[in-house]
Every structure is written in C-alpha cells, then in structure tokens.
Write a protein that binds this ligand. Structure first.
Ligand SMILES: Cc1ncc(C[n+]2csc(CCOP(=O)(O)OP(=O)(O)O)c2C)c(N)n1
Length: 693
C-alpha cells in the first residue's frame, strides 16, 4: 500500500501538485465507496482502482469544456465497463460538468430521480456520451464515434481550418475484452486505422466469479497487435506519470488505434477486499469502507467528502484548459462559417438533428405494376434518391450490400476505407453485432446512419438495437429477406420470431411496407424521426405495385395502418389485415370474396408502433369494434396478432420454422394463399355476425 499524507492536516495552499492530485484521486475513490455503501448496491472496486487513470486523463489531457459538454469537437469519454459508473459520476461532478451531477445526485446513487443511475444512461445525465452496462457495447460504440470523427474531419476540415480532430477514449475491463462484440469492433477499427481511438483496458484480472484464470488467459496485447493496433502497457494504475506518458505516446502518432493496458488492483486500498471479486459488485461494508479511508489517510468518519481545494484544482485544470479550447474552437468555427457557410450550416443541422433542405426533392413514386419489384429494390432507389441530397446519411451492410441493395451508387458516394475517410459506403464486414453498436456511435456523433443485413440476423444485433431504442437514437436498420418468401436458403435464413421480437422493444419502430410506394412513404417517415430507431423490413421477392387509383394512397402508411380498399357496396363483414408481402395476398382474397358477394375491408398495417400512436378514434375507424370478424396475415410468428384480430380472430402466420424450397411451394406448404385467406374470412363471418348499428 502506498503511504499517504493526511489531507486534513495539510494546509491546502501549501500542498504540492502531487498531493493535490492524490487528494482528487482519493476523493473519486471515497465518493464512489460512499455512494455504493449508501445505496447498499453497486460496484465500488473498479472506481477505486481506476480513479488515478480517469483523473489523469480528464485533468491533464481531455479536450473537454465542462461548461459546454455538447461542444462538437470535444474528446469523447466512454465508460464501457458501465458497472463502474461511480467513477464517471465522480469525475463529472468534480470537473464541474454543467448541469451533470450534483453531490446530492451522488448521495442518491441508484435512487429514483437521481442523475446517477446504476449504469450510465445517455440523455439522463449530461456528460454520459453513451449508455453502457451490457459489456462490450461501449467499446464497439466508440468505434462508431471514431468513424464519425474521421468522416467529419474529411468532410468538413479545410486547409488551416481543422474543425474536427477529437479523440475517443474508452475505458474497458476484462468483461469487455471477453465479449465478442469488442473483438468484432476492434478488428474493424484496426483495419480502418482509426487513429483517434484509444481504449484503456483495466486489467485487474478479476470478474464476478473470481480470477480471470477461470476463463480468460489469452494474450490480449498480442491479439490487439494482430488487429493492427498500437499497444502500450502501464504496469501500475497508480503510476500516473507512466500513464500520462502512454497518453502522450498515443497523441504523438494517431496513425493506428491504441490500446493502453493498465494493470490495476480492484478495491485498491480496502485491506480485506483488495484484488478480490467481492470488491467487484457489492458494497464494501461499513467497516471496510472505514479501513479503506484510513489507508488513504482520509477522515474515517467523513462521508461524501470533497476536501477544500479539490473543486478549485479541477477548475484550474480541466476547467481552465477546456474553457480555452472551447473558446478557440468557437472562434475557429466563426471563421469557418464565414468562409464555408454551406458546410457550417450542415454542422449545425447535424448537431440539431435536422434534415438538410431539399432532402426529399427526388423521392420516387412508382407506377402500378402487377409484377412489381422487391421492396428491397424499391428501397435502393429511395435510399439513393435521399442520400444524394443528404450528405451525412451514411452507412452500409454486414457484407450483404448486394443482397440488401443498400449500396449508395451515385457518383461521388464512394467507400469509407483506411485513409479514404470521405466515403459514404461503410463496409462492416461480417460483424452484425459490432455494426449495430457502431451505428449507435455514429448517431451519437450526429451522423444519420444506416446498416443492413437479413432479418434473421437481427438476432445478432439485438443488444445494440435495444440500446439504440433506449438511447432514442434515430438509427436506421434495413432488414431484407424478411420471411419464408426468401425461398431455398431454408429455415436457417427464414425469420419467424424476429418481427415479434423487434416489436417488443420499446421505442423501436418496425416498418414492413407492402409495395414500392409504401417503401417511399416509409422512408419519408423514417427521415423525419429524431428520437427513435427504426427497422425497415423488406422482401427479397417481387411484390406487385398497387394501382393507387383503386387503392388508397400509400401515404396512409404514416398512420401505421390504413384502409387500402373497402367493399364496393355495403359495410364490411370482415377485415383482412396484412403487412408487407402479405398485403397483396389479402387484396387477392378481397377480390375473391367480392366475387362471392362477401364484403371485406383490406387494411395494410406496416407498423404497429405508428398505429398505436394514433388516437382511439382513428384506430376505431380502421378497425371498427363492431366488426369482430378479422383475419391477420403475416409470414412470421402469429404471436401478438390477437391484439388486432381479437382472441377469436384468425391469425395466419408461422407456427414452426420454415423449410428449404422454391417460394411458390413454401407459400402453399405454409398456407399463404388467397384460398386460405378467403376460407379463414368465411369462418370468421360465420362465427362473428356483424352487430347491427
Ligand atoms: C453482456 C454482459 N454480460 C454480463 C454482464 C454482467 N456483468 C457485469 S460486470 C461483470 C464482470 C465484469 O468483469 P470486469 O470487466 O473485469 O469488471 P471489474 O471486475 O474489473 O469491475 C459481469 C459479468 C454484463 N453487464 N454485460
């Protein structure tokens, strides 16, 4: 244990720089211990170990203005091991980040209405750059931020006017290093040579179950060298000078991403818990807290103590440096705005989440066509038409762009690659999970990102999609091959339960358009979103383009569900509700029923979420409570459709995995035929005679 001065016997004015540093570090430690102890819940050990690292980074290096935490060129600080949240809350408080965390918030750690939630939450707490907690997500998200930095630098910087050159620092732990998403993202970051990215790996060799020897003994340094990273080792987390040198080394090159491996001791200073897994995720206990404070030379009885001189020291460090850097940047920005008003306007729009003027001037509409086109193909036209007028709409696929049709093909779109950072087409490789997290990082940096894969592989992205919804990020994910309609690739590739799974995520919009014009309408809705991610679900197979002279306008999509066609005569006896490729099937059934003198209403329901956000009157207008005879048709799990057809309604859908065969045979095998829909409709009418109004 390092011997310490007694902070309380020293005159703060006479304290050396070193002892002031130590005082600040121990303030972070003790605030963290006290908060966890008071909450009787949380993770004290890692904040105690990492306090010197986080303090040194913020106080000496981070280009961050605590008074302007949204400054576009600020360095980003990501705590990927989000369970160590108290280290972040402590530094946000002590550095005086505007309206971020008060001492009272810290005292109320993990309590209702505190800004100090169990894990750091973006939007809840100023200064939290991304929500973390699911291990690996912060690391992978920070790669998105680093891509955004390179793209922004290339797109905006001008000779003598370097507006963007921020660094992204990510703290991570053994858990992050074990997660696959971290490896995916690190591999891509190395490949792209994202030189402004610096991960700081807290190697304390302790996880929840015990020593990492239980499950993790690999050579992380060798692994990252193989990824193409610079690797630096700091053998003692308390050696702030050595750590500072490591940061200086990173800053002096910025040619490759850098991993700084820091050996630390979890629960540093707690005599019985130091280096043990019990310091990881439970309060130290009142007595152990007292002993740890004694080892720091702290007042043993003081709680939530910020000694004299600590706030002032931060103000004189990061406060002063950050204020100057922020002011310099604003001055630079003013010069830039004079010289490049259009580009400056784009930066403003990105910050405010606004669309560029004229983004929709080329939106296509599609002529009626019985054969039609796959909704993935329609989407390709629409996406390109928008991207042409929307410079910061960028994205790509996880090696499936030729199948998802998401490549931006117009002149100048280009590929984003190492050293070619202005391209708009990202190549994620076969790394769906990292793609999801990277999209989040891009969105956090103001880019409007899109990613793409097959709907079945949404499962590989789910944790990141969930976080995009939690963070309210307007990420666009395009999922094609949306049902058994994909045919011969068979059940491994045919989604069944994916739609219902995605619909279960709060604040995620799922859109499954029925034809090309609904695709255009869908993109119009998507582009207007500012706080909601969306999954656009598209077909591989052709879908007829409805003749909108006979069917209602596709703009009805914006309300989630709309009546596409009512019977020529009389009130409907039954409602047929379809989504995506199954709407044309319902339309066919409606015609068939009409021939037999049965009046059916055709409803296209591309989005449950949009429909749920309509008022009751509209919902009752589309699905009148008086008509109980209802049939839903969707080539996915039937779970949830009782919400719209009622407990006794008919739900045509999938109740098993699919099969490998040509599409026509599969549709027959699994009952997606007009005949099956008409049969179900007739049974419904028999069971639910219309209530006379
Ligand atoms: C994806 C995911 N799986 C499991 C957990 C639960 N969990 C939280 S912390 C942790 C152990 C992490 O160990 P390490 O990164 O070494 O953290 P330290 O012990 O250093 O605080 C686990 C398994 C999680 N938060 N996220």
């Amino acid at each position: 244990m390092v011997s310490v001065m007694n902070a309380f016997q020293s005159n703060s004015a006479a304290q050396s720089q070193q002892s002031l540093d130590r005082l600040c570090i121990d303030t972070i430690r003790t605030l963290s211990m006290d908060a966890v102890q008071q909450a009787e819940s949380g993770h004290p050990g890692t904040p105690m170990a990492l306090a010197p690292v986080v303090y040194t980074l913020w106080q000496r290096f981070l280009r961050y203005d605590p008074q302007d935490p949204a400054w576009p060129n600020r360095d980003r600080f990501v705590l990927s091991n989000g369970h160590a949240s108290m280290v972040l809350y402590s530094i946000l408080h002590l550095a005086g980040v505007k309206e971020a965390v008060s001492l009272q918030d810290i005292e109320n750690f993990r309590q209702v209405d505190s800004k100090c939630a169990g894990h750091p939450e973006y939007r809840l707490t100023t200064g939290v750059e991304t929500t973390t907690g699911p291990l690996g997500q912060g690391c992978a998200t920070s790669v998105g931020m680093a891509i955004a930095e390179r793209w922004s630098a290339k797109h905006f910087n001008q000779p003598g006017l370097k507006l963007f050159d921020y660094d992204i620092y990510t703290i991570c732990g053994d858990g992050d290093m074990m997660e696959g998403v971290t490896s995916e993202a690190a591999s891509l970051a190395g490949h792209l040579m994202l030189g402004h990215l610096c991960w700081i790996y807290d190697s304390n060799r302790i996880t929840i179950e015990g020593h990492t020897d239980l499950a993790f003994a690999e050579d992380v340094a060798a692994r990252f060298l193989a990824y193409g990273w610079n690797v630096i080792r700091v053998v003692d987390a308390n050696d702030t000078e050595r750590f500072a040198q490591a940061i200086e080394t990173f800053q002096s090159s910025r040619a490759l991403p850098t991993l700084i491996i820091v050996d630390s001791h979890i629960g540093y200073g707690a005599p019985h818990k130091h280096d043990t897994s019990s310091a990881h995720g439970e309060p130290l206990g009142v007595e152990e807290v007292r002993l740890a404070k004694r080892s720091y030379g702290w007042s043993e009885s003081a709680k939530f103590l910020v000694p004299n001189g600590v706030y002032a020291h931060f103000r004189a460090g990061i406060g002063k440096r950050g204020r100057q850097l922020g002011a310099d940047w604003r001055e630079l920005h003013a010069t830039y705005a004079d010289a490049f008003p259009e580009l400056a306007k784009q930066i403003g729009h990105m910050q405010e989440g606004r669309l560029p003027d004229g983004w929709d001037i080329d939106l296509p509409s599609f002529a009626a066509d019985g054969k039609g086109l796959a909704s993935r193909d329609a989407s390709a036209s629409v996406e390109n038409a928008i991207a042409l007028h929307h410079p910061w709409l960028i994205g790509g696929a996880a090696d499936l762009a030729p199948s998802t049709k998401t490549h931006l093909t117009f002149a100048g779109a280009g590929d984003f690659a190492a050293g070619k950072y202005g391209g708009r087409n990202l190549h994620f490789g076969i790394r769906e999970h990292a793609m999801g997290a990277i999209l989040n990082g891009l969105a956090l940096a103001g880019i409007r990102p899109f990613g793409a894969s097959f709907l079945i592989f949404s499962d590989y992205m789910k944790p990141a999609i969930r976080l995009s919804a939690l963070m309210q990020l307007p990420v666009i994910t395009i999922f094609t091959h949306d049902s058994i309609g994909l045919g011969e690739d068979g059940p491994t590739h045919q989604p069944v339960e994916q739609l219902v799974g995605l619909r279960a995520i709060p604040n995620l919009m799922v859109l499954r358009p029925a034809d090309a014009n609904e695709v255009t309408a869908a993109w119009r809705v998507i582009m207007e979103l500012t706080h909601q991610p969306v999954c656009l679900v598209l077909s591989r197979q052709k879908l007829p383009t409805f003749d909108r002279q006979h069917y209602a306008a596709a703009s009805g999509l914006a309300r989630g569900a709309y009546v596409m066609a009512d019977p020529q005569e009389g009130p409907p006896e039954v409602i047929l509700i379809g989504t995506g490729s199954e709407v044309s099937l319902c339309a066919e059934a409606q015609l068939q029923l009409a021939k037999e003198g049965i009046a059916a209403r055709l409803v296209s329901m591309p989005s449950w979420e949009l429909f749920e956000s309509q008022d009751q009157a509209y919902r009752d207008q589309i699905l009148p409570p008086s008509i109980a005879a209802r049939v839903s048709v969707e080539a996915g799990s039937v779970i949830g459709w009782d919400r719209y057809v009622g407990a006794t309604g008919a739900r045509l859908g999938m109740r098993s995995f699919g099969a490998s065969a040509p599409i026509a045979d599969l549709l027959l095998k699994f009952g997606f035929t007009a005949k099956a829909v008409t049969a179900a409709a007739k049974i419904q009418i028999a069971n639910h005679p219309r209530i006379p109004s």
